[in-house]
Design a protein around this ligand. Sequence first.
Ligand code: OGA
Ligand code: ZN
Length: 405
Amino acid sequence: MADPTLQQPAGTADIMPGTPDFDAYPVTETIAAAKTDGDVVTVSWSDGLESRYHAQWLRENAADPETINPLTRESTYDLVAAPDGLRAASVNVDAAGALAVRFEPEGHETAFHPGWLRAHDYSNGPAAAIDPVAPQVWTAADNAEPPSFDGAAVLTDDAVLEDWLTALARFGLARLRNVPAEPGMVAKVAGRIGTLRDSNFGIVFDVRARPDPDSNAYTSLALAPHTDLPTREYQPGLQFLHCMENTTAGGAAVYVDGFAVADHIRKTDADAFAALTTIDWTFTNRARDTDYRWRSPSVVLSPDGSYREVRIGGFLRGPLAIPFDDVPRAYRALKLYSRLAGDPAFQQVFTYRPGDLVGFDNRRILHGREAFDAGGGARWLQGCYGEREELQSRLRVLARNRRLQ
Ligand code: OGA
Ligand code: ZN
């Protein structure tokens, strides 16, 4: 079923109706019975679960051409024009096993695909998580090396792509090995996910010691664990680093789960955690032609208390703009966070081999490197940025394509 059509024409009631989107919904449970009190429709499933749906919600999600544009699958429904007192006047399970509903006073009739209805039940607890893959925080004790996958196959094999991206979403980083060490390859691989994020450093940037660096990254200095572009309102959600060459002494890569560090502080030092999540730091980019600045706490929580992002960048911290009396607390908390991020207990440390390509969530995972000897040999990485939402979208589509097969 590559492209299910919307509502079937009258007289074909034994054919399952379409759905208001492009996904596929295997029918794992059938509808045993359905009833309505006008405002709410109650569906009893073959496994005993009962789901309730509001008449207005059902009406808006009707998979018919009067409600959903069949080409775009976007809604054409006008809520303002909906009749007051809209009711699901009658319901029944049709010959195909779909839920047929008659709405009054419109006299509108439509049928709902049971797989779609079951997948969109919002009456039994909170709706399904919006993340396609639940994040899992880690420390060195349980995740000493990045999960690794075959980079030679990732450009052509969706199964390998999905494995890599699932690990990336879960652990915040995942490594490909043996990606051909060719310039520009990093953008090709990251482009398998979605559009890339440009910046003043270019779509693809070369990380190597340069005579005229415009970032500490382009020297042989050690870089403490950090997020990239903390100077932007929206830090890139993804970063990719692809090793082209590495024959220098030193320069080991360091990766830290920034959420794990925050969580450790949350459990052990309430005042430090409060300071990290509420006091703004200022980040400034110092460059001849750009002047990006942003202020944010180091750890940003979602309204439900889960971690949204970390923003850590010692070499880009700028002048303070916080209440005078907050300064000692702010420094104490940041020092604690940074000390923990520098502790091997939180770190993955490894040496890049040519062909290694690490993808990571730049709003969660801190990355850094040890200093290297710029005189002996060469160390050359190519990098680019993407966004978390591209990763999530690609994961959903890869899963959908498996269902549609
Ligand atoms: C960077 C960076 C890490 C490295 O370019 O932003 O942190 O291993 N590089 O060189
Ligand atoms: Zn960096």
